[in-house]
Design a protein around this ligand. Sequence first.
Ligand code: AMP
Ligand code: GLY
Length: 423
Amino acid sequence: MKILLLGSGGREHAFAWKLSQSPLCKKLYIAPGNAGTATCGENVDLDNEDNAAIHDFVVNNAIDIVVVGPEAPLVNGVWNYLRKMRSSSHIPVIGPSLQGAKLEGSKSYAKKFMQEFGIPTAGYREYFATKTIAAVNFLKKKATVPIVLKADGLAAGKGVVICQSREEAVAEMQEMLSGKFGEASRKVVIEEFLSGIEFSVFVLTDGDSYKILPVAKDYKRIGEGDTGPNTGGMGAVSPPPFVDEVLMKKVEDRIIKPTIAGLKKRQIEYQGFIFLGLIKVGDDPFVIEYNCRMGDPETEVVLPRLKNDLVELLLAVRDRRLDRVNIEEDERAATTIILASGGYPGSYAKGKAITGLDKVEGSIVFHAGTKAANGQVVTNGGRVLAVTSFGETFRDALAVSNKNAEVIKFDGKYFRKDIGFDL
Ligand code: AMP
Ligand code: GLY
């Protein structure tokens, strides 16, 4: 198989690492990739939001399957583009069509979908920019604090604001509706606040059946004790100990089954990963958000715990025979700790030399924001590396990740030392 993987983060290095272990993988291209993916396959300089360039590459290089890492190419319609062109219409894309990607690309669409199919989620209402006065009136008179405001569209992970007063919510709503996040916030969803512990469930579907992958929990805030601004994620644990069989049965019956059935009922083409951002309220799971891809950094603990050959799994998705596959999980716990550039998620420096990678023992180091320059590996992003380890318990695994997080060095290195603190 010749595989093209789109993306360049820690998630994509984990994908590249796992795909390249398969005897079925004869050639792996990563576009654009990073210094880590270059050790698993060949990086190619391709803009993964340029559908025509992706199409040409896929056709010219006789690619057998395209695996999409991040949401942007999906929300940008790569599935539809390749399907529409005669020369690429037969090439499977792991990832949904535009309609499926809307579950992530539009909060309003996702809420309507959940409402229609009876999937548990926070109550909501929505306002367009043309109804700013009505939105403000609602917030001033009726909203209960805390108030959750969500830009409808993609806003680089910054589109959700939790307001602690009605005044703050009014000000935020006015800014959003007047274009704080561009077109993405011309429509805003107001949600009921849910209180509980969050976790991430990953589902692989072939459009008919589905399989549940190892469960994880990530840590989104930059600061210890879950404080400070949101990031892409600063660490992850799999499995989270509080997610037991009883809870997973509820997740499957109340959320996964109706989601898959809903996609079918709406005739949405979806062969790929569904990432359910869930919250446990009391003993019950609710959906915080859908994503149309795997999580980052969750993938860096989920794929290492997956024992199956990933290429075989993806071929089962292509051939709609996922029902005949058994998912095998490593019994051990896995954790990952993100080493970030100082200043992230705000502005940060790039191009800092990374040393100590050769001294790491007992962890897998996935590259997130790195590149090779003059024979050296240098920082090239906010999240730089993900240090993944196994252990009998997640605490054992964390001890190894923490030790290696110290061994690796670069100017401005920052990492959270409290991943798993709430478990
Ligand atoms: P999102 O960008 O949709 O992942 O949301 C970012 C974070 O906001 C989530 O991980 C939650 O911690 C929080 N959040 C979103 N919606 C709610 C809600 N309805 N109640 C409580 N917290 C929420
Ligand atoms: N770690 C959360 C995400 O990938 O969106």
